[in-house]
Design a protein around this ligand. Structure first.
Ligand code: VG1
Ligand code: CO
Length: 561
């Protein structure tokens, strides 16, 4: 097969964000060589010596353009010296499965075709993530190298005649012009590799008993037409015995059935509705690429992701993996509520606070500092891989239920009784004017940096909040001592009672800018109140000092989670 070098012109906008490069499908599909440029930038970021003959993993969440992109990636990997490609059957692999497979085959990295929870289809979004040898998202250092290369790229290498068969499991070999060794492509059943991993983490016999033994609990799992459908069917239904009615929307679709594959109370309304009448004891939903999860109890009792993380931490020894490996430390992203901190304190386990995005956890896990981590954005995971893991979170919860023989709601309420409760909510303002919100962030930063801001009091009705600390969150990686400070990390206002307001710009949105306001407030006594009611004074302050509504012309958030 012929290897060609093709001339191209660079694009200025290929900077990977919190989680890869995300654009409208049409950008990848119709802008000349847009995909090729970015893929070449990824390959060029890897030292030639490491790349020659290396193993790489490729898979995607099955959204529109997944297959077309994989064909190009295979042709370019061949031309760039990669020796062996491991690809998911039909080109599909969940993000956690890619992480698992990279580690299993000792690959130097993997390319994941996904825009996660963003909508798909011809008018939706497409995205490309690059993970490195540890199985986790590339570090900031690597993604900025990729971006730098993309800005001056003049040519890419490709084997245009190479056609790979994604439907047949097993090995294929391709002879390339002027190359000593053929390229081997292996189409793998990633569901099996991933199921194997889970079998070594959880007690499948106990879970099987819980789900299909005597007196089983009834579960409802919504794959939202994302990548996890086949994993849910194989692992939960076939292996653990859940009835077919337990698994809904389990056929992956290119446009996710026209919905947002985003596990939250708004987008997973079908699941929430089906749980309301009490016919199911446990519910869960996942995002397009299967790394996010939402946990619900009977009647749709909602477990805030921050609480889910804290509950798993407090019950961590219900999971056999941690009984064997021990627990080294916990980590949460900065905007995630401080519920986890209370568990860490009580159990005397170290805790780390990182910027949003999973890549920062990887370093900590590689250094053996952290075993469990999570984010308020419906991400939870352990150090078995280097990505958040939706199905793992479900099995973690089922393990807790199986050990404690309590309902989801009781487990969460027990937790609040033991530790107090962090009321938490996030307001998202999507597709707002970028200039307006940049001005807002700048003004806020100036305001909170002023010496007089600390100790300032804000009163709403009978609630008084006094500022104790305010800053632009800065993170020093405890392993490599790198300092990460940029406005995307978030502006924090912390009050004397521990309540927090955080302002942050999203790195994964697509239309205009997205502002996120995170509200977190701790209560020792009032444990069973409504979250929005409890947080309304804090929300009033957050909106007042930022003047967000005035600046954006909005009257409320696009979505509240
Ligand atoms: C969001 C979340 C962040 C998460 C990231 C990727 O980023 O806030 O916590 O890690 O998405 O998730 P941002 O910059 O838009 O706030 V996923 O499921 O897209 O891989
Ligand atoms: Co995702």
């Amino acid at each position: 097969l012929q290897v060609l070098t093709v001339a191209t012109a660079p694009y200025p906008d290929q900077r990977p964000s919190s989680s890869g490069l995300r654009k409208k499908v049409s950008v990848f599909q119709f802008k000349r060589s847009y995909l090729h440029n970015f893929i070449q930038s990824i390959f060029s970021s890897i030292d030639l010596r490491d790349r020659q003959g290396s193993t790489m993993v490729v898979g995607g969440d099955g959204r529109f353009f997944n297959r077309a992109a994989i064909e190009v990636i295979v042709q370019m990997a061949a031309a760039n010296g990669v020796g062996r490609l491991i690809i998911g059957h039909h080109g599909i692999m969940s993000t956690p499965a890619v992480s698992c497979v990279i580690r299993k085959y000792k690959a130097i990295g993997g390319i994941i075709l996904t825009a996660s929870h963003n909508p798909g289809g011809p008018d939706g979004d497409f995205g490309i993530k690059f993970n490195t040898a540890n199985g986790g998202p590339a570090s900031e250092a690597v993604t900025s190298k990729i971006f730098q290369i993309s800005r001056t790229l003049e040519k890419f290498a490709i084997c245009p005649g190479l056609r790979v068969d994604l439907e047949t499991l097993g090995k294929q070999a391709f002879d390339l012009e002027n190359k000593f060794k053929p390229l081997t492509v292996e189409i793998v059943d990633s569901v099996e590799s991933y199921a194997n991993l889970l079998r070594n983490i959880f007690d499948f016999a106990a879970l099987k008993d819980l789900l299909s033994g005597e007196n089983p609990i009834r579960v409802r799992i919504d794959a939202m037409h994302g990548v996890l459908g086949p994993y849910v069917k194989r692992i939960l239904c076939k292996e653990l015995g859940c009835p077919a009615i337990s698994a809904i929307n389990c056929v992956p679709m290119e446009d996710f059935g026209g919905q947002h594959p985003d596990p939250n109370l708004t987008d997973a309304a079908e699941l929430v509705d089906s749980m309301r009448d009490g016919s199911f004891d446990f519910g869960a939903a996942f995002d397009g690429d299967g790394d996010r999860n939402m946990i619900l109890g009977k009647h749709g009792f909602f477990v805030t992701p921050s609480d889910s993380l804290a509950v798993i931490a407090d019950n961590i020894f219900c999971i056999p993996y941690f009984q064997h490996s021990g627990v080294r430390g916990f980590a949460r992203s900065m905007p995630t509520s401080t519920a986890l901190d209370r568990v860490a304190k009580a159990t005397k386990i170290e805790i780390y606070e990182t910027p949003a995005g999973w890549k920062f956890f990887g370093n900590l896990m590689d250094a053996g500092l952290v075993s469990l981590c999570g984010e308020e954005s419906f991400g939870t995971g352990g150090d078995h891989i280097r990505e958040k893991d939706g199905l793992w979170a479900v099995l973690a919860w089922l393990s807790i239920i199986s050990t404690r023989r309590r309902s989801v709601e009781d487990i969460v309420k027990d937790h609040w009784l033991k530790y107090g409760r962090n009321y938490f909510t996030r307001y998202d303002y999507q597709n707002v004017d970028l200039d307006a919100v940049c001005d807002m962030m700048e003004d806020l930063e100036i305001m909170i940096a002023d010496k007089t801001f600390v100790k300032q009091r804000f009163a709403v009705k009978d609630k008084i909040f006094q500022v104790e600390k305010a800053d632009n969150f800065e993170y020093t990686d405890p392993v490599d001592k790198c300092v990460w400070l940029f406005s995307l990390q978030g502006l924090r206002i912390i009050f004397s009672d521990g309540s927090r307001i955080i302002y942050r710009l999203s790195g994964t949105g697509n239309d205009g800018a997205t502002v996120r306001i995170y509200l977190d407030s701790y209560e020792k006594e009032l444990l069973f109140e409504d979250t929005q009611v409890m947080l309304s004074p804090l929300a009033t302050i957050a909106l007042k000092i930022s003047q967000l509504h005035l600046r954006t012309g909005r009257i409320g958030p696009s979505i509240i989670t």
